[in-house]
Design a protein around this ligand. Structure first.
Ligand SMILES: Nc1ncnc2c1ncn2[C@@H]1O[C@H](COP(=O)(O)OP(=O)(O)O)[C@@H](O)[C@H]1O
Ligand SMILES: [Mg+2]
Length: 332
């Protein structure tokens, strides 16, 4: 210890595994040199107590020759290295420490970059949704109103012009009607107004109705929550997951039915979208070109939510979206 202290390491020693666990919780960025056999437990218990996702703790296991197999097993649990407690042990330690320090610093940079990317991705999502909302409104209001005015004028003209031109005017009115419909569809695909006025549950029901109107695949809503208290950003994020998942069902699944299950489970808002088609493959899930899937997986991260996409055992694909229930409504 004296030798390490003189190399500018800040060193603390604990005796038991229980003390080690507490110490590590309070020092989330550290290097731990640990004996396999502790007074009150073996070191694997200590390693298992660490939350992998957040921890920047590196373990070096000290082991006797007899325990090498165990040390290897500990590395599978996430330990960085092991050193054998022989007479050269003190000589090797600084070199191992240097390596582990480099490794820790790379992990720190990586963690920072991931956090930065997540912030960037969630800002981009918000900006994109604001833009879509604005364009949807403009298309709906400006273009929609102009087309309606054209239709009114045409209808008036129909009574004023010679009968031989009536057919042509009738066709133009029909074309205008179809254009009005297209404008509504484009606008609601960009941003469904029902979401702002009646909330997520109504928007989901409306989306399912539209889905059933346009697709031969039968879409059912299994459970229905009475209410959810979500912020606008959370609602639109969940809605986008549903929209992308159902688009994928139509485009790729070959399914006959798709079921949406909306429920509260273990303090989470859960939305499961399960189809009975051919099922997404692992290769497709991890393909860099799978932007729709990548977008779904990222979508709920800003609120510690998750989206998991899996192939179902009975065939088909399951998209499972979860948001912490207690947070709903609190976060913008
Ligand atoms: N419900 C599904 N059933 C079967 N295959 C799917 C399903 N959803 C996605 N896939 C597969 O995963 C791929 C990636 O999906 P996605 O990232 O949404 O991209 P895109 O829809 O633009 O092809 C699809 O091309 C398809 O092969
Ligand atoms: Mg897609």
């Amino acid at each position: 210890m004296q030798r390490l202290s003189s190399e500018d390491y800040n060193i603390e020693a604990v005796v038991t595994g229980t003390e080690a666990i507490t110490w590590i919780k309070n020092h989330p960025e550290s290097i731990v040199i640990i004996d396999y056999l502790l007074v009150d437990m073996t070191a694997d218990v200590v390693l298992n107590s660490i939350d992998d996702q957040d921890s920047l703790v590196e373990f070096i296991v000290m082991t006797s020759i007899k325990e090498i197999k165990i040390a290897v097993a500990m590395m599978q649990l996430g330990a960085y290295d092991f050193i054998i407690k022989d007479h050269e042990f003190l000589a090797t330690l600084p070199m191992v420490l240097e390596k582990v320090e480099q490794h820790l610093s790379i992990r720190k940079q990586l963690k920072f970059s991931v956090a930065q990317l997540q912030v960037l991705s969630s800002r981009l999502q918000v900006a994109q949704e604001e833009e879509r909302h604005r364009i949807a409104q403009e298309i709906h209001d400006e273009l929609g109103q102009s087309l309606t005015a054209i239709k009114l004028d045409l209808s008036w003209l129909q009574g004023e012009i010679p009968a031989r031109l009536n057919d042509m005017i009738g066709q133009t009115i029909e074309l205008t009607d179809r254009s009005i419909d297209t404008v509504r569809q484009i606008s609601s695909r960009l941003h469904p107004r029902i979401l702002d006025h009646l909330g997520l549950l109504a928007a989901i029901e409306w989306h399912i109705k539209e889905f059933n109107r346009h697709s031969p695949i039968v879409c059912r809503l299994k459970n229905k929550l009475e209410e959810v208290h979500l912020s606008d950003n959370q609602s639109i994020a969940l809605y986008r997951v549903l929209q992308e998942a159902l688009t994928n069902v139509v485009r790729h699944s070959g399914a006959k039915t798709v079921t949406i299950d909306l429920k509260k489970q273990a303090n989470q808002l859960v939305m499961n979208i399960a189809d009975d088609g051919k099922g997404v493959t692992n290769a497709q899930l991890h393909n860099f070109d799978s932007l729709g899937i990548a977008g779904m997986l990222e979508r709920l991260r800003p609120w510690n939510g998750q989206v998991a996409i899996t192939k179902r055992k009975r065939g088909g694909t399951l998209v499972s979206a979860r948001l912490p229930w207690q947070q709903s409504g609190m976060v913008k």
